[in-house]
Design a protein around this ligand. Structure first.
Ligand code: GDP
Ligand code: MG
Length: 205
């Protein structure tokens, strides 16, 4: 979003991951975002390559590798274990590999949603990264229960159904990994008049 645009133009990238498709949760997930008032502006079913999946995670660059590695290494220590990785970056690289394997294991549904505070609110509706501790009422909290404990034991990525961008800046970069600008549809949704118009006129006859 550029600074000249209205906040209602904010966009986020959501991906229903392969487990979400296999659990038949596409409709439920779309419903949650739709009923919160958001507008779907692009979507497609994609079979990602491992390369595309890596490009997706690497839009956060070295900073993401480092921070995800620091977080995961700290989790080993919290469990009273020593991280098997020499550096947080190495841990980050291992997570990148398992994440890419997971995301490219079957078809995914890529979507761009638009509306005010869409990044923040869609993450709230989606729930925290680890389903075991995701809030009840969130999508992850309601439909899945995977944990870092199990996924780390089995050396696989945590199965949390969905990816949702972490910031508006990340969203714009991630959208470019999955969509061309011409695939985004600019259209008016009647709901938006009720959500955003300054005056609620035209309701009464
Ligand atoms: P998200 O935005 O909520 O999906 O979380 P992040 O952007 O922090 O991480 C992206 C993905 O990396 C997550 O969906 C997990 O698959 C993985 N990941 C993140 N943090 C950890 C962690 O502490 N340990 C492990 N094993 N994987 C992690
Ligand atoms: Mg993220």
């Amino acid at each position: 979003m550029t600074t000249t645009e209205h906040p209602k133009k904010e966009r986020t990238l959501v991906i229903v991951k392969p487990d979400g498709i296999q659990r038949s949760l596409m409709g439920e997930i779309i419903k949650r975002y739709e009923q919160a008032g958001y507008k779907l502006v692009a979507t497609k079913l994609v079979l990602p390559t491992a390369e595309q999946a890596k490009d997706h995670y690497m839009v956060g660059g070295e900073e993401w590798l480092e921070s995800v590695g620091v977080k995961a290494s700290a989790a080993y220590e919290k469990k009273g274990m020593k991280s098997p990785f020499m550096t947080p970056r190495e841990n980050g690289l291992a997570i990148l590999e398992t994440n890419a394997k997971y995301l490219s294991s079957g078809p995914v549904l890529a979507m761009v949603w638009q509306g005010a505070h869409v990044v923040e609110v869609i993450r709230k509706l989606t729930g925290g990264t680890e389903p075991r501790s995701s809030e009840a009422g969130s999508i992850r909290g309601d439909f899945v229960h995977d944990s870092y404990m199990i996924s780390d034991t089995d050396n696989r990525s945590i199965r949390n159904l969905i990816h949702a961008s972490g910031s508006a800046a990340d969203a714009e970069k991630e959208i470019r990994v999955w969509f061309h600008e011409h695939e985004m549809i600019d259209y008016r949704l009647i709901n938006e008049a009720i959500l955003y118009d300054v005056n609620l006129d035209g309701i009464l006859d």
